[in-house]
Design a protein around this ligand. Structure first.
Ligand code: G4P
Length: 531
């Protein structure tokens, strides 16, 4: 198969959802279709149980499970489908954001009872930032949920995207009869069956009495009315606005019953994008270019002291990756070769000889990688768009053993390179402020600093609510602002100045009073915060 054919058959995406909406269940059903697993229950949920939040070793055990399921690859309709898994726990949201930089599209799962939940909104914000194409799967239709039209309105209002239903439910909850495909005018009848793979699909003209016979007069009348309304209100489905991230097609189903999943997968195969061109600091790189390039979007450290290895996850963006070949690490300006890169399957790792754009390979790492690092065949470029977001909790790292200051420094540098947390340094006294999205990370860092670097620390909470990256068209004004704000300014790992705001009010005041300075809540600098 030619490289172009290899590229065009690849689909790399993530399934995202608020915890409990059904992401793990849907993933498993997709793998069943692809034959990647044989039985239900094979994919362990990587979701961290609420009861375990105080016991982070348990969490690490579960994160261990999640390495195996980090990338799940299967073949379906001669396509090679790579699902990149994202952690369910809110405290690991940053991991999810970064994974979203490595996919070409996403499937968003919504619980029809709960509608759009908090984490869904945040995840979609990240998708909106880079116009990632989104397909929405409204799950749990076997439960009494919200009315479908209300759900669609809520999706549009809260997720800032237009939607277009491609299937439509006939009733829901205990009276759920199935879904009608507006796309190919078929009816898929619902029967509770957790193991079946084929759906019960028949072609149907909804304007004939056959429908009344099948679903009853009342539901038949309702479906006709709904379909008329949909065709009247929504534009007909067009692939391009979906690829541009402007319109999200919507499917209804029940993942646990494997219902509506095949339609979702088939449509996904028909419409989802193949590996896309990606921006670097020098130019846009196209997947079909002959020279290899790729970037690291995730680093996983093994906490088991007997296997102190790290795994860097590399997304291939162009050319062909080959085992054992030297590649250029552009940040370190150094050539490195990888003797045993591996690919991921549902429950195993296997050595990979070559990989193509869209694929993710795992590289054993002894500390040479940092999130966002780029490998090329020599060209000096760096993939952009691996954002850091403003953390939500800030604490100062206090060294408890002056003899181990060096170890502590090295440890916190490496852990933050992995993306466990963000490090900001106050220029006065070289004080280190660590920012995270959840309390858990502080426990993890403290434990790892002691276990892996022999450094003891404690945390002092800091009264900071947001970190904003600063830019200005006028460098003089920026320098002056930085000088005037003194202790409110810290530097991130790349030496960018960051404003540490004590409250939203203080941030707003500073934005208002300094019109020449732009404040950004992500390091990607695309949108500035308005006062
Ligand atoms: P997550 O990865 O998004 O966190 O969700 P997960 O798939 O683990 O699903 C959360 C719960 O929702 C699970 O129940 C799962 O069985 C259930 N679920 C998934 N799809 C459907 C559906 O279509 N209908 C209904 N009624 N339930 C669904 P659980 O009780 O937490 O776990 P389990 O013991 O059933 O595995």
């Amino acid at each position: 198969m030619s490289t172009i054919q290899e590229i065009s058959r690849r689909r790399t995406f993530a399934i995202i959802s608020h915890p409990d909406a059904g992401k793990t269940t849907l993933t498993e059903k997709l793998l069943l279709f692809g034959g990647a697993i044989q039985t239900a229950g094979a994919v362990k949920s990587n979701k961290i149980k609420k009861t375990a939040t105080s016991d982070f070793m348990e969490i690490e055990k579960q994160r261990g499970i999640s390495v195996a399921t980090s990338v799940m690859t299967f073949e379906y309709r001669n396509m090679k489908i790579n699902i990149l898994d994202t952690p369910g726990h809110k405290d690991f949201a940053e991991d999810t954001y970064r994974t979203l930089t490595a996919v070409d599209s996403v499937i968003l799962v919504i619980d029809c009872v709960k509608g759009v939940e908090e984490q869904t909104e945040r995840l979609m914000e990240v998708c909106r930032m880079r116009d990632t194409p989104v397909i929405i799967f409204i799950n749990k239709m076997d439960r009494e949920g919200q009315a479908p039209f209300d759900l669609l309105d809520e999706l549009e209002a809260k997720l800032n995207i237009r939607v277009r239903p491609l299937t439509w439910p006939v009733n829901m909850g205990s009276d759920f009869k199935g879904v009608y495909s507006l796309y190919d005018k078929t009816m898929n009848f619902f029967r509770i069956n957790k193991t079946k793979v084929e759906d019960d699909v028949v072609e149907i003209d909804i304007n004939t009495p056959v429908l009344d016979e099948k679903v009853g007069e009342r539901d038949a009348a309702q479906l006709r009315e709904d379909v008329e309304l949909i065709e009247g209100v929504y534009d007909s489905f067009d692939r391009q606005p979906y690829l541009d991230g402007k319109v999200a097609p919507v499917f209804f189903g029940s993942a646990v019953n494997n219902f509506g999943v095949k339609e979702l997968l088939d449509t996904f195969c028909d419409i989802s994008p193949e590996p896309i061109a990606r921006a670097t600091d020098k130019r846009v790189v196209k997947p079909e270019e002959s020279k290899f390039s790729g970037f690291v979007f995730k680093i996983h450290a093994n906490l088991d002291p007997r296997h102190r290895d790290r795994i860097a996850f590399l997304r291939i963006c162009s050319g062909t990756f080959e085992r054992g070949k030297f590649y250029h690490h552009t940040r370190l300006d150094k050539d490195i070769r990888f003797a045993s890169p591996f690919s991921f399957m549902a429950d195993s790792k296997s050595l990979v000889e070559e990989g193509f754009p869209g694929d993710v390979v795992g590289l054993y790492d002894t500390g040479t990688f940092k999130i966002g690092d780029t490998l090329t065949e020599g060209e000096d470029l760096q993939y952009t768009g691996i954002p850091s977001f403003s953390p939500e909790i800030f604490k100062e790292l206090v060294n408890l053993d002056p003899m181990k200051a060096k170890q502590l420094d090295k440890g916190i540098q490496q852990l933050t390179d992995e993306g466990v947390a963000q490090l900001f340094t106050l220029p006065i006294g070289n004080r280190k402020i660590v920012g995270t999205v959840g309390e858990l990370q502080f426990e993890v860092i403290q434990y790892r600093l002691e276990g892996e670097y022999g450094a003891k620390c404690r945390w002092t909470p800091m009264p900071i609510s947001k970190a904003c990256w600063l830019t200005s068209d006028d460098k003089r004004k920026l320098d002056e602002f930085v000088r005037l704000k003194g202790m409110q300014i810290a530097y991130d790992k790349d030496q960018n100045p960051v404003f540490l705001a004590e409250s939203d009010w203080i941030l707003r005041m500073n934005i208002q009073n300094n019109p020449d300075i732009k404040f950004h809540t992500t390091s990607e600098f695309k949108t500035a915060v308005e006062a």
